[in-house]
Write a protein of this length. Sequence first.
Length: 202
Amino acid sequence: MAELKRRYRGLALAATAGVLCLVLGLGVNRVSPGSGTTAMAQTNSPIPTLAPALPMLSGNFEDPQERFQIGIFEGYQVSTAAGRPVFQAPDGRLAYTVAIAPLPAGVALASEADLLNAAQQTFGRGEGFIPGDTQPLPGSGLRMNWTGRLSQGAGPPQPISGKIFARQRDRSVFLLLVAATPAGEAQLADAILTLGSTLKVP
């Protein structure tokens, strides 16, 4: 347990210095009218299981400099790394952080490319960080999938995956990043949606 927590603190520290979802896409099989019985008879697909439920929100974290607030999942440990908050599950399977990046000089309204670049500049120097597909958010903003790996001493690297929520406010880009080990991967989609709705910028 202590080793898992130490690894996630290392991940979060690396994230704030350069790295910190892959959402499991559930394919929807559409069946044309009248063919449902036949289709069901011809397939032996397992019944999909629900992702483990996330904890309830237990309150909000208020940035000491009053730049933002973000929800805290019940039971999650709160620490700081390089001056940024880090929130992690007790078992280390899921963690998240909020980072703030400046807009490039001369840019007044960030484009999707600007938001993507801010995310890559903030998190892209980590171990095996690979940006994935992006999706624009309603109103403004961007959501980006990413994958990476977490070195574990002499053992093989552990795969990690996550999602970044990026949105501009004034001259800054606010970046919410959620990361998970394989054990927490199924919770990424719900986590980014829940946390994204709690991220408040004055």
